[in-house]
Design a protein around this ligand. Structure first.
Ligand SMILES: Cc1cc2nc3c(=O)[nH]c(=O)nc-3n(C[C@H](O)[C@H](O)[C@H](O)COP(=O)(O)OP(=O)(O)OC[C@H]3O[C@@H](n4cnc5c(N)ncnc54)[C@H](O)[C@@H]3O)c2cc1C
Length: 314
């Protein structure tokens, strides 16, 4: 039974590694599968995370891996898990992209989520450079900007969402405009709420987004041939939980499309399967992923039999 791992963690980001930091302290043999494609694949500086402020994400991930590898209880396998199922004897069988099969007593899904960008030419190229998903992460360095804006499209195409995030962005710039990309109804709804706060609304149809010549701003080209330049644009793209593993395990989801878990230990609707981080939370930030991972690690340990001696992987 030596080839049965105590815990199979799928996803080696903040949630998965935080969970392993807990499971090793309970003497559990843990394997982390990771395709190394974190949600923040732009590797921007970390914010909102104590002791890591302004450090690149990749440095944090490497430090965390080193820390875990040294314990002797955690093994990293840098490949994708393609399928997973529960066996008749209550174990979990996972198959990886290299065709290997892994058996585990418990599973933690910590695989993050995908991002779906608006269909506006140039958007993806400017994302995380001049288009910011969260002003608490990106705003401070932009403070005092002359003019900035918000794209009220996709998940932000509602007056309440656009107004809330515009307020976040307006904090950092003297002038602020909400661009509705041709949605006149939304522009009219917004006009009543936001103009009182000095925010303008613009309903011209956007043709393309691109960097300005100095690289310090973003240019919005409109279909009518006009254009505007802003220091930055606020927009949070839609996140999607599209991993086939969720369907294979038949997990319950929340109304907002995340894996449903019970608090605090992050059990899913399938006994023995836990989920933490962006795939299982509406709040998609590092501290939340780490906290959920730590709790899931405790919950997993408590569901497994007592260990008296360690049995390191190495
Ligand atoms: C541009 C940007 C900047 C951000 N900046 C900040 C910030 O400054 N501060 C902050 O708190 N939050 C920030 N965030 C949010 C933060 O990145 C996420 O909340 C955090 O990464 C969630 O951690 P996670 O472990 O749940 O998922 P991830 O970090 O996305 O890790 C999931 C891991 O699972 C792997 N994986 C997925 N599927 C499989 C599979 N089938 N098999 C094997 N491996 C798999 C992936 O390759 C990935 O490495 C930012 C997000 C973006 C988009």
């Amino acid at each position: 039974m030596d080839d049965i791992r105590d815990v199979l963690i799928i996803g080696g980001g903040h949630a998965g590694m935080s969970a392993a930091l807990t499971t090793y302290r309970a003497l559990l043999k843990t394997v982390i599968f990771d395709t190394q494609r974190p949600r923040n694949r732009w590797n921007t500086q970390i914010r909102l995370t104590a002791t890591w402020d302004a450090k690149p994400l990749s440095v944090n991930r490497m430090a965390s891996r080193d820390e875990l590898a040294k314990t002797g209880f955690v093994e990293f396998v840098d490949t994708a898990i393609h399928s997973i199922s529960k066996t008749d004897d209550g174990l979990f069988r996972a198959s990886d992209a290299a065709g290997r099969t892994w058996l585990g007593r418990k599973v933690l899904l910590a695989m993050g989520c995908s991002t779906s960008f608006p269909q506006i030419p140039g958007y993806e190229n400017q994302f995380a450079k001049r288009i910011y998903p969260c002003m608490f992460q990106f705003g401070f360095e932009e403070r005092g900007a002359q003019s900035a804006g918000l794209l009220a499209v996709d998940g932000l195409a509602s007056a309440s969402m656009a107004a809330a995030l515009a307020d976040d962005g307006h904090r950092f710039s003297h002038n602020f405009t909400i661009y509705t990309n041709g949605d006149a109804t939304l522009a009219s709804d917004l006009g009543e709420t936001v103009t009182a706060y000095g925010i303008k609304v613009d309903d011209r149809k956007i043709r393309e987004l691109h960097a300005d010549e100095g690289g310090k701003g973003i240019v919005i080209d409109f279909s009518d041939g006009s254009s505007e330049t802003e220091a930055f644009l606020v927009h949070r793209p839609t996140t999607v939980n599209d991993s086939p593993l969720i369907r294979q395990l038949g997990l319950d989801m929340t109304p907002t499309g995340d894996i449903a878990t019970s608090m605090p230990f992050c059990q899913t609707s399938m006994p023995g399967v836990f989920a933490a981080g962006d795939c299982a939370s509406m709040a998609k930030i590092i501290p939340q992923a780490m906290a959920m991972g730590a709790y899931a690690g405790c919950g997993i340990a408590r569901e497994l039999p007592r260990r008296v001696t360690g049995n390191p992987c190495t």
